[in-house]
Design a protein around this ligand. Structure first.
Ligand code: GH3
Ligand code: MG
Ligand code: MG
Length: 439
C-alpha cells in the first residue's frame, strides 16, 4: 500500500558467543523475517560485512567493551555503510551505555527480554524507514547571508538530505511555486521581516514545518516567532546534532501525518469501492445519484441513468465456475470504464448488475453510450469462447431519484422479457409498456 511498509532490515549479523543469546537467536528465526549470521571471530566478522549486505549488527556485551570498540572502529575505518547497531547488555551502568552510544551503538537490548527482542528490531526497522523518508524531504532555506546559507546547506548535505533550495531574498521564496516540507527562515531579512515570511507561509501551508533561525536571543522575539506559527526557533550558530535531531523529529511527524492521511484515503476508498471490480459500490452510487439529481433539478439540466445486467450469468458460473465468473466481472468493469465519457460514473450495483450515471445527457444521447458498451463487450474475447451480453435500460430524470431508478429498472426488465441482449430507452412521453426504443 505504501512505502512505509517496506522493511529495511533483512540481513542481521551477530557478534558474540552464540550460547549466550540462544533464545534471542531462536526468536529471530521463528519470526521468519530475517536472515541471521553469527560469528565470534573478527576476521569472519569483517569478511561477512565486506562480502554481504548487512542491515543490522548486534554485539553481545559479554565479549567485552574493548573488543566491541575496536570492531566498530574498524567498521568506520573500512568505510562500511553505517547501519543500526544493537548491543545486548546485562547490568551495564548508564555511563557505560553512554560510552557505547558515543562510539556508535544505536540501541540497547536487555538480555532475556526475548518477547521484546523481535519487536525492538521491527521498531528500529520502522525508524530506518523514517530516516530514509526524512532524507527525501524537500527543504527551503531563506537567509540573506550567503555564508549562513552555505553553512546550513553543508550540514544538510552531510546528513544525507539532497532536496534543498536556497533563497537569499524573501520574495524569491514567497513567489516560488514549489511547496516544501520544511522551511528554515532567517529573521532579519531585506525588505520584509522573517516573521512576516513565516506568517505568510503558515497561512498557505498548514502542515509545513517552519523553523526560525536567528542570532537574536531575546525571549520576546522567540515567543513572537512561535506565536506566529513557527514550529521552532533556533539560535545561530546552530549546533549540528541538535539541529538535525530537531529536524528529524519534525520530519518524522510530517511523515507520520502523511502516512495517516494515506491510510485514511485507503479506508475511504474501501468504504466506497467494490473490492472485485474497484468500481464504486451500491451505496456510493446511490449517494452520487442523489447529488446529481439535485443538480439536474436546480439547473434544469438533463440527467440519465443506465442500468445493466449480464444475461444468463448464473449459467456461466454453473458451467465454468465462480472464479471464472469473477474474472469476467473484473474484465467487464474495465471495458465499461473505457466505454464511458469523462463525466459519466459507473458503479457495481449488485452481483452482475451495473449502473451508470450520465450527467448532462438525455436518454436518446445515452443510447449512444449504450451502443458503444454493447459493441465493446461483444468484441471481448473470453476463455471457453464465452460471449457476454447485457440487458439494460436507460431512463431520463423527471421527478426524483426513485422514479429514475424505477424507470431504468423497468426498462431493463422489459429488455430481459423481450429476448435479452438489448438496452432500451424511452423516447418521449412514457408509456411503460410500449414506447421504448432499442439502442
Ligand atoms: P438473467 O439473464 O435473467 O439476468 O439471468 P442471470 O443468470 O444473469 O441472473 P440471476 O439473477 O438468476 O443470477 C445472477 C448470478 O450472478 C447468480 C450469482 O451467482 C452470480 N453472481 C452474483 N455476484 C457474483 C460475483 O461476485 N461473482 C460471480 N462469479 N458470480 C456472481
Ligand atoms: Mg441480476
Ligand atoms: Mg443477470
Amino acid at each position: 500500500m505504501d512505502a512505509y511498509n517496506i522493511s529495511n532490515i533483512k540481513n542481521i549479523l551477530i557478534y558474540g558467543d552464540e550460547t549466550n543469546y540462544q533464545l534471542e537467536r531462536q526468536a529471530l528465526d521463528r519470526s521468519g523475517l530475517f536472515n541471521v549470521r553469527t560469528t565470534s571471530s573478527s576476521d569472519d566478522f569483517y569478511h561477512v560485512l565486506e562480502s554481504n549486505i548487512i542491515h543490522l549488527i548486534i554485539f553481545d556485551s559479554k565479549i567485552g567493551s574493548d573488543v566491541i570498540k575496536s570492531l566498530i572502529k574498524e567498521i568506520y575505518y573500512k568505510g562500511i555503510t553505517k547501519v543500526p547497531m544493537v548491543l545486548i547488555v546485562d547490568h551495564e551502568t548508564i555511563d557505560e551505555r553512554y560510552e557505547y552510544f558515543n562510539i556508535g551503538i544505536t540501541n540497547f537490548y536487555e538480555r532475556g527480554q526475548v518477547s521484546y527482542f523481535v519487536k525492538m528490531i521491527q521498531r528500529i526497522d520502522k525508524e530506518e524507514t523514517y530516516r530514509k523518508s526524512f532524507k527525501g524531504m524537500s527543504i527551503a532555506v531563506l537567509d540573506d547571508d550567503k555564508l549562513q546559507l552555505r553553512i546550513l546547506k553543508d550540514i544538510l548535505d552531510r546528513n544525507g538530505i539532497v532536496d534543498i533550495d536556497l533563497f537569499a531574498h524573501p520574495y524569491e521564496l514567497l513567489n516560488s511555486e514549489t511547496i516544501y516540507d520544511i522551511y528554515l527562515i532567517d529573521l532579519i531579512l531585506p525588505d520584509i521581516d522573517g516573521e512576516i515570511v513565516m506568517y505568510e507561509l503558515r497561512k498557505q501551508y498548514e502542515n509545513a514545518v517552519i523553523i526560525g533561525i536567528s542570532s537574536i536571543e531575546k525571549q520576546s522575539t522567540i515567543a513572537k516567532v512561535l506565536a506566529i506559527g513557527a514550529n521552532d526557533y533556533l539560535i545561530k550558530p546552530v549546533n549540528e546534532p541538535v539541529f538535525m535531531a530537531k529536524l528529524y523529529n519534525y520530519g518524522k511527524n510530517l511523515i507520520l501525518r502523511k502516512e495517516n492521511e494515506m491510510k485514511t484515503k485507503v479506508l475511504q476508498d474501501l468504504a466506497i469501492k467494490d473490492g472485485l471490480t474497484t468500481l464504486y459500490n451500491h451505496r456510493h452510487m446511490q449517494e452520487l445519484l442523489e447529488q446529481f439529481v439535485k443538480q439536474a433539478k436546480r439547473y434544469l439540466r438533463p440527467l440519465s441513468l443506465m442500468m445493466l445486467d449480464i444475461d444468463d450469468f448464473k449459467a456461466l458460473n454453473d458451467t465454468y465456475g465462480h472464479q471464472f465468473g469473477d474474472e469476467v466481472l473484473a474484465r467487464i468493469s474495465k471495458v465499461l470504464l473505457q466505454s464511458i465519457r469523462e463525466q459519466d460514473i459507473v458503479g457495481r450495483y449488485g452481483g452482475e448488475e451495473f449502473v451508470i450515471i450520465l450527467p448532462e445527457t438525455t436518454a436518446e444521447q445515452g443510447a449512444i453510450i449504450g451502443q458503444r458498451i454493447q459493441k465493446n463487450i461483444s468484441e471481448m474475447v473470453f476463455k471457453y469462447d464465452v460471449n457476454i451480453t447485457f440487458s439494460g435500460g436507460i431512463a431520463e430524470f423527471e421527478k426524483n431519484v426513485e422514479q429514475l431508478i424505477f424507470d431504468a429498472d423497468h426498462l431493463m426488465y422489459s429488455a430481459k422479457r423481450t429476448g435479452k441482449n438489448r438496452i432500451l430507452y424511452l423516447l418521449e412521453e412514457k408509456d411503460y409498456l410500449e414506447t421504448y426504443e432499442t439502442c
